[in-house]
Ligand binder design. Structure first.
Ligand code: 4AD
Ligand code: MG
Length: 434
């Protein structure tokens, strides 16, 4: 019957399409009816456009059906593109046929509802402009990361997410019953990437990581997307330079490819273009001195929490590297600083503008004896790390790596208040549904 192929709304919005017959499909953003004309704002993945339809063009029955379509109901429209100076895009589709696919029930989400209600209805709230823009940015960020790592000759690996080793501290691992034995949801893929290093030398993975932290903060999720890189023959300085190249590439790429979404979310793309390597570096010891001078009650050995990280970066747009932390603050696998057994070859990248840690990395301990001692000293079960120790028995080489929280990075780049709005279905201590 109708030979006209459906097309994206975005294509109807550009070029000299006036007088052409088009067919579009989508969801109703708004609708009203007056004086025998129905006005719809129709949305698809590519854009939105005004559609008008007269009762005499559709026929009585079809017109009534269209009038009953709710917000977020779905329709297929056929009509002619006409100039209309009153429409935001200077054009509209004058429809002579509208097929209602699902007229829908009244849409439950509207202005002035609590955040809790919106989170309960997250499966519907993800249709909002703001979240649509955010997840397009996220997809672009993942594409850019893979492109960058490919250019750098780093190979993607697929480590498991179910594991017997809680590598980042047992207390914060989600434990589960693995057929009668303890199992964990992975906190990091690092140990597996270290194993894959000998045959591949430069590896990365992009997997969900899980943290059973009861932290209700704007930067903690219990499930997040973790980009982890592990590089053979790499020291701390090379690691820092790799991280800085990557973060610069991601910032510039996002600014170049998604300026509209960034602008809409309140981040002018020029601010991301201004993120340029080299980023300033500060040793942990100097960070403590700087904080003391600003009146913080910290001493060598104090952990840097959200408040301290914020103080170190809030006045700068540039991110900041903090290096060589006390080993008591860090995980068992980190390499002791040569000539300073109190610290480890660790680096955190703190985002600009006070957004806090986005990357954590280090050189890895390669000495079998020291590594064994650290596993024991940190209260881990040596037997379950036997396989990891094997890596130090068979062709161990100097290596380093890091983990980057994709949602943390996106929160900073897209200037989101809360990390939950960088992921479609946020997992937090109080919520794992919908
Ligand atoms: O600093 P973390 O704990 O380091 C590791 O897990 C290393 N094993 C990574 C590695 O070297 N392969 O975590 C790395 C990053 C943090 O810098 C942060 O960006 C993110 O993961 N992250 C979280 N993101 C959201 N919610 C949480 N609860 C997070 N915990 C860590
Ligand atoms: Mg960390």
């Amino acid at each position: 019957m109708s030979p006209l192929a459906p097309e994206p709304i975005g294509g109807v919005l550009v070029g000299e399409r006036f007088g052409e017959r088009v067919r579009v499909r989508g969801w109703v953003l708004r609708s009203r009816s007056s004086g025998g004309i129905v006005f719809l704002r129709l949305r698809d993945r590519s854009g939105s456009i005004q559609v008008t339809a007269r009762k005499d063009a559709l026929g009585e029955e079809a017109f009534r059906a269209v009038e009953h379509v709710q917000i977020e109901g779905s329709v297929v429209v056929e009509g002619t593109v006409v100039r209309d100076p009153r429409a935001p895009e200077g054009r509209e589709i004058r429809a002579d046929r509208i097929d209602v696919v699902d007229s829908g029930e009244p849409f439950p989400i509207f202005a002035e509802q609590t955040e809790e209600f919106r989170l309960d209805k997250r499966h519907l709230a993800i249709r909002s402009r703001e979240l649509v823009d955010t997840f397009r940015l996220k997809a672009e960020l993942l594409r850019l990361a893979r492109e960058f790592l490919d250019q750098e000759d780093v190979v993607e690996m697929t480590p498991p997410v179910l594991t017997g080793n809680p590598a980042e501290g047992g207390a914060e691992a989600f434990q589960l019953d693995y057929f009668g034995r303890p199992g964990y949801l992975s906190q990091t893929a690092q140990l597996y990437l270290e194993a894959l290093l000998a045959p591949h030398e430069r590896v990365y993975s992009l997997t969900p990581s899980f943290r059973a932290e009861k932290s209700r903060t704007p930067r903690h999720l219990t499930e997040y997307l973790h980009l982890e890189v592990e590089l053979a023959w790499c020291d701390l300085d090379e690691l820092i330079r790799f991280i800085e190249r990557m973060v610069e590439h991601l910032a510039h790429g996002l600014a170049a490819r998604r300026p509209r979404e960034l602008e809409a979310l309140g981040r002018p793309p020029a601010e991301l273009e201004a993120i340029r390597a080299p980023f300033p570096r500060l040793s942990y010891a100097d960070a403590i001195e700087r904080l003391k001078k600003s009146g913080f009650a910290v001493d060598w050995g104090s952990d840097l929490g959200a408040v301290e990280e914020r103080a170190l970066t809030v006045e700068s747009m540039s991110p900041l590297f903090v290096t060589r932390y006390p080993r008591e603050l860090k995980a068992f696998y980190m390499l002791e600083t040569p000539g300073d057994p109190r610290t480890v070859e660790a680096v955190d990248l703190l985002a600009g503008e006070g957004f806090g840690e986005v990357v954590g990395g280090s050189c890895r301990e390669t000495d079998l004896g020291r590594l064994t001692r650290r596993i024991q000293e940190t209260g881990n079960d040596l037997a379950s790390y036997e396989w990891y120790l094997d890596l130090r028995r068979h062709g161990s080489v100097p290596h380093a790596g890091f983990g980057l929280g994709i949602e943390r990075l996106l929160r900073w780049f897209a200037r989101r208040e809360h990390i939950r709005d960088t992921t479609p279905f946020p997992r937090t201590p109080s919520r794992h549904t919908p």
